[in-house]
Design a protein around this ligand. Sequence first.
Ligand code: HEM
Length: 480
Amino acid sequence: MVEIYPPEWPIMAILTSLFIILTVKLLFRKKNPVKKTCRLPPGRRGWPLVGDSFNWYNAVASSHPSGFVEEQVKRFGKIFKCSLFGEWAVVSADPGFNRFVMQNEGRLFQSSYPKSFRDLVGKNGVITVQGEQHRKLHSIASNMMRLDKLKFHFLNDIQMIMLQTLKNFQDDQVIFLQDVCRKVAINLMVNQLLGVSSESEINEMAQLFSDFVDGCLSVPINFPGFTYHTAMKARERIISKIRKTIDERRQQGSSEASNGVLGRILDEENLPDETISDFVINLLFAGNETTAKTMLFAAYFITQSPKAMKQLLEEQDSLKRDELLTWQDYKSMPFTQCVIDETLRIGGIAIWLMREAKEDVTYQDYVIPKGCFVVPFLSAVHLDENIYKEAVTFNPWRWMNPENEQKRNWRNSPYFSPFGGGARFCPGAELARLQIALFLHYFVTTYRWTQVKEDQMSFFPSARLVNGFQIRLIKRQETN
Ligand code: HEM
């Protein structure tokens, strides 16, 4: 197998390293003086100029990203203010307020990103647009990846990619599972977004996708030699590939090839070519790193918990056979679903969301001024001891407890929102869960492994295991 990924890849994905965006954004934006009429939640200013930025960074770079927030919650309560690079931000570990912010997307709050980021992921994509255009693109994205579409359009292709990417490891081979998961996720994206299935074509596009993702939140210097510049070049080439596919498709008609999500948009929607390209690139950006890291963290957590590993293996072995798994098989993985939920709770990639108040917002006794940053800190809720007993312990069985049934509803539970909520709720959530479950199936039923080097999670500059999760593989015999 051609190894196309560098061993080190300081990639910064949107949902994990918003710190960089936040920094760039706060440093370059016009300061909004807090008006006298506003009443921000309690909190402290921290150091001159930098405020609490470094404390924030230290926590996020550790394996317990909500550490700083927890300290502030003890002093000031679940909604507090802190100063990041000289500007106030309202940070929340309060499930009710987080939900309020997410539900009021587009009305009282809006997500916003620096120009350099919009230039790279595209001004016409679902992540960057607002208002009516956002509603339209979000509904197209949700429709493309609806549960009932997954079984027709994605189930078999995902398995084909898993087999292609995971089959070639040898007995006793030491791998960095982090790199492997990244490769799996990128190959999945190339296949599902562009409908490419030949191994050579996947590898060619995967390199471009990889360069693009690397640059997404790198320091935005558009000059040769910088990651951001390489990513902009990769973006141009991805767009020309998309344009070529669009032209071919229009000449040949829709019957020839599936062309993945791109082909279906061309068949079903009437969007300008520029919007289609940005739409595809936005999905690539949002769906790649998040899925790769959740696969990785799931493997990491079950490695630490032999009991969970045993139960997962039993479940997956009972489904294993020579053909591809069916939709019915996917629906028969209750314990695997618990492992995925527990991974999303403890190792959720979207540790926080970033919003800006669109107007002066009144919430309880507070008035948050227009333009103020608001940060719903999702992982602080997920790791709150008052909500989850022994919150930092990986315990997939907690999700089998009927008491947690309501809490578990990740579509609208205020206590468990790994995929966000409201108008920007992740349209790829079901797809991501399917991909992760199938990854676990093919990985645990094909290999056993032992961990070669200690590892730990960090969420800066991106969610990762600091040593790449080095493991030694042993191919399982059919009888194992
Ligand atoms: C485990 C994997 C994933 C996690 C944890 C995740 C999490 C999230 C979260 C929290 C948001 C909300 C961001 C916000 O409110 O600012 C989001 C948005 C989004 N996600 Fe995912 N995601 C995952 C996988 C995917 C996949 C596989 C795709 C598509 C291929 C995808 C596409 C998107 C898009 C397009 C948005 C933007 C929606 C909008 O702004 O309207 N995600 N995701």
